[in-house]
Design a binder for this molecule. Structure first.
Ligand code: PRP
Length: 183
């Protein structure tokens, strides 16, 4: 895929701030899940960097699995119509499931996944989201890293056209023209 036209703009959350917050989230999860072995479910692809760091800050024997989903089409994203591209490998019945997301934007992916996973009868089902859009509903999200403004952000797992996931900070992407941004 070609590199999107535009620039990496200001840093919204720097790598040190990310590390501190991830450590705090890991400590809180360690306390909340004491005596249990949560199953971390990462939503690909964006969550892989956050989940990798988070897992290493949880002082419990965690297990990990991943799902990949995609919306049926850009125009339907907010409708909550989501398709499973890769399902879980494990049965979650009776498990303490912690869904790990990089960003909750419209919330439609999260709503769909929570409904789907709840039907599989986990012992518990909670959400840990690194980023949540300011103003988004957070009642379903037990662990929030940062609330962020409505900028297009990249880095630490987040991409624009599959680029910049590897950046260690989260920055604003400034497109050369608005047509370079996914709607
Ligand atoms: C992002 C993010 C969430 C979803 C959130 O994934 O990882 O899964 O969008 O958006 P929503 O709240 O509006 O539903 P994306 O579709 O960009 O795929 P990626 O993780 O592979 O980059």
């Amino acid at each position: 895929m070609t590199v999107p036209e535009g620039n990496i703009g200001r840093v919204l959350v720097g790598s040190a701030e990310l590390a501190t917050r991830v450590r705090e989230l890991g400590a809180q999860i360690t306390e909340d899940y004491a005596g249990r072995s949560p199953l971390l479910v990462g939503v690909l692809k964006g969550a892989f960097v956050f989940m990798s760091d988070l897992a290493r800050e949880i002082r419990l024997p965690v297990e990990m699995d991943f799902m990949a989903v995609s919306s049926y089409g850009v125009s339907t994203k907010s409708s909550g119509v989501v398709r499973i591209v890769k399902d879980l490998d494990v049965d979650i019945a009776g498990r303490d499931v912690l869904l790990v997301e990089d960003i909750v934007d419209s919330g439609s992916t999260l709503r769909y996944l929570l409904r789907l996973l709840a039907e599989r009868k986990p012992a518990s089902l909670e959400v840990c989201a690194l980023l949540v859009r300011a103003g988004a509903r957070t009642d379903d999200i037990a662990y929030v890293g940062f609330s962020i403004p409505d900028d297009f952000v990249v880095g630490y797992g987040l991409d624009v056209a599959e680029h910049y996931r590897e950046l260690s900070s989260i920055s604003v992407f400034e497109p050369a023209n608005s047509a370079s941004l996914p709607p």
